[in-house]
Ligand binder design. Structure first.
Ligand code: AOF
Ligand code: ZN
Length: 368
């Protein structure tokens, strides 16, 4: 393992911060940042903003100009080696005559996967890999999971009273959580490639399930122009063809993919005659290049996704309310028979959003 200096850590941290500038815009491409230094001074920096546009290294090299000769480049992802929508960054770094490249992690894209590093080394450039690797990998959970497994990263959102209930026995449920929590949801939607829901949820709430500029937090409105933010693709499971054309879903901005017998995504049924969720997610990742799925639906879909170990992260909002056990709970049956099978969570973040509590947790005992 290479020895990295404190300047190295500082510069890679800067590159990681820069990369975050693309969280709402780069999909299906990864978020990547780059800093170029000479004599420990920053001479260039940049990040990837949108698929089809220049990669992080190109922006940083343009800014550095002649000063890239003999410089060190810090990149959060291995520089690419392939002609995609843009020419290979490894070639750009070689032409710019940098002396050293430090990357946080390898690119899991099979078109790159170490070839970028090899190209640089073959050209006599010193390359080191692994600086702040975990932090850099955390920039792109969806891209990495899609490249490595052919499945998207799945975040499941749920909202409930403090005692875990979501609706009264008579079905009344709307607005358990505060407007601030709903604004927070808008921000998560804006980061994701797709929103997954069911025809039941869409019909009950007449939900448009898209990103509404006016409801996004001000910090996002100030930083991004309305036209730059992408709408996630709305993916609706509709096994029984219940969706009707009058629904808001069909009259609001954003693409739609209906999963049904004759829908844009052909459904495959499992043994229980339910839509095969893994096959659906695989189709989204592999045919539609979706890295990151945000799920907003009811207890049935939530339970199935958890049972099938397809969820990576839970985003739970708890409102300071009590609803009692004659209400409906967050999840349906999980069929657990032993305490050793209980789903263990790792809490990643807890905070108050408006009046509510938000918990972000990953699933600890996931087998894949
Ligand atoms: C880099 N620097 O900033 C990014 C990289 O379609 P293209 O040409 O944009 O290529 C996309 C692929 O390039 C993407 O799948 C990933 O492997 C790599 N992304 N590489 O050197 C960057 N965004
Ligand atoms: Zn590149």
């Amino acid at each position: 393992m290479a020895q990295f200096s404190s300047i190295d850590f500082q510069m890679m941290s800067r590159a990681i911060d820069l990369a975050k500038g693309g969280v709402y815009t780069t999909a299906p491409n990864p978020n990547v940042g780059c800093v170029i230094t000479r004599n420990e001074e920053v001479v260039g920096e940049g990040f990837h903003y949108r698929a089809g546009e220049p990669h992080a290294e190109v922006h940083a090299l343009r800014m550095a100009g002649e000063q890239s000769v003999g410089a060190t480049a810090y990149v959060t992802l291995e520089p690419c080696s392939h002609y995609g929508r843009t020419p290979p960054c490894a070639e750009g770094l070689i032409k710019a005559k940098v002396a050293k490249v430090i990357c946080a992690s390898q690119d899991p894209n099979p078109q790159v996967a170490g070839r970028g590093i090899k190209m640089l080394r073959d050209a006599g450039i010193e390359v080191e890999v692994g600086l702040l690797e975990q932090e850099a990998l955390a920039l792109n959970p969806g891209f990495i999971k899609r490249m490595k497994t052919g499945l998207p990263y799945v975040q499941l959102k749920m909202a409930a009273s403090l005692d875990g209930q979501t609706a009264l026995a008579n079905g009344q449920s709307q607005w358990i959580t505060s407007p601030q929590a709903r604004q927070d949801v808008q921000q998560w939607r804006a980061r994701s490639g797709a929103i997954l829901s069911t025809s039941k949820t869409v019909i009950e709430d007449n939900a448009s399930l898209n990103v509404r500029w006016s409801e996004l937090p001000e910090s996002i409105q100030q930083r991004y122009s309305q036209t730059d933010l992408r709408q996630p693709t709305r993916v609706i499971l509709d096994r029984q063809n219940k969706l009707t054309p009058d629904l808001k879903l069909f009259h609001s901005p954003g693409e739609r993919l209906v999963v049904s017998e004759h829908g844009e995504v052909a459904m495959s049924l499992n043994e229980q005659q339910q839509i095969d969720l893994e096959a659906t997610l695989a189709c989204l990742a592999q045919q539609h290049n979706i890295n990151h799925v945000w799920v907003e639906a009811g207890a049935t879909l939530a339970s199935s996704l958890i049972r099938e170990q397809l969820v990576d992260e839970l985003i739970l909002y708890f409102a300071p309310k009590l609803m009692g056990s004659d209400s409906r709970g967050l999840l349906g049956a999980l069929g657990l028979e032993s305490m050793t099978d209980v789903i263990d969570l790792n809490i990643k973040d807890v905070r108050q959003v408006g009046k509510d509590i938000r918990i972000v947790a990953s699933i600890a005992n996931k087998e894949r």
